[in-house]
Design a protein around this ligand. Sequence first.
Ligand SMILES: Nc1nc2c(ncn2[C@@H]2O[C@H](COP(=O)(O)OP(=O)(O)OP(=O)(O)O)[C@@H](O)[C@H]2O)c(=O)[nH]1
Length: 365
Amino acid sequence: MNGLKRLLTAYFKAGLDEDKIDETYRRKYVVNLFSFVGMSITFVMATAALFAQNWLLSAILYIASSTYLFGFFYQKQTGNVKASSNIVLYSLILLMIYLVYAGGANNTGPLWIFMVAPVALFLHGLKRGLIDIGIFLFGISGLLFFLDETLLAATYDTDFKIRLILSFLTVTFLSSFYEYSREESYQRALEISQEFEQLAKVDPLTKLSNRRDALEKIEYEFHRMERTQEPVTVLLCDIDHFKAINDNYGHDAGDLVLVSLSRLFELQIRAQDTVSRWGGEEFLFVLPQTDLINASIFAEKLHRAIRLNTAFYQGQVIQCTTSIGMCQLDPGTSIKESLRKADEALYQAKDAGRNTTMPQVDRTN
Ligand SMILES: Nc1nc2c(ncn2[C@@H]2O[C@H](COP(=O)(O)OP(=O)(O)OP(=O)(O)O)[C@@H](O)[C@H]2O)c(=O)[nH]1
């Protein structure tokens, strides 16, 4: 039993990317599922028709069964979900038209047409699925009501034809409603997950990138530097005696200073630079296309701007300074090691009396 379950799961998940569960994943899954169901049912029906010596019906059903299998393999090999879903859906539609035309076994062929509605909607989505269903319905109605004397091989009672179309419309309506709600829920879930993803990258107090996002950005710039050989420098900036601000004016005043400096930092950087809240009262700048010399010029500009910046808290003016440690990224040095060097440089800046910038500390030199 477990072996069968594993086999079926492997079949349904063939060609699917487990790391990317999105709409394409779902469509591929549905293609695999329908190709399996379609292939199995038509195979059984084809064999039954073979025993009943209905050669033509049997041959057509075997061809349909092979087409579903082909749709599955095409999806698995190429990953082309658009083409494979077209193969599965349009071969199903052609088979249904044939069954209505010929009547199938004991005139029961038309009973299978209900499958078209959910398959079309699940494979092609609401809009395109409804167009497919509309065209199919138009063709079937024409065949049943207008070409019944000239083209139709089977004979159906008028009541049966009307009920067939009405029940097909009912199944279409219910399937469309289901697909509509599914698409709506999927869209909403997508929006919520994007919102959360965004929130997970932002520091709630300062609205700057948080440490996690900063690390992603450094990694991106690190790889770009490896490709382009252009310099990248990181700056670790720590507010001097920030504890004293909290102690003297209160925690809310400390928060206000952090927010005020964050807005100031955003104004100082270029479009390609990033500033993030690294932690507590520490900020990290990532400056692409910038070597240590140019980073020093930027750091001086930053010191000046911070000195001139004033935060007002309950009628009191709060001013502060910062210390900065810098490190230029190097392809031969890990990001972690470069950040450690910047941190060491920052401590040297603190030791040197604060309100100053120090370049990286190279122990090997
Ligand atoms: N208001 C506020 N304070 C914070 C926040 N995060 C960290 N702090 C405070 O920042 C202070 C950091 O103090 P220290 O690490 O001693 O550093 P410092 O007083 O700036 O001294 P130096 O860095 O040596 O100049 C601590 O009092 C923390 O509580 C925050 O989000 N808001």
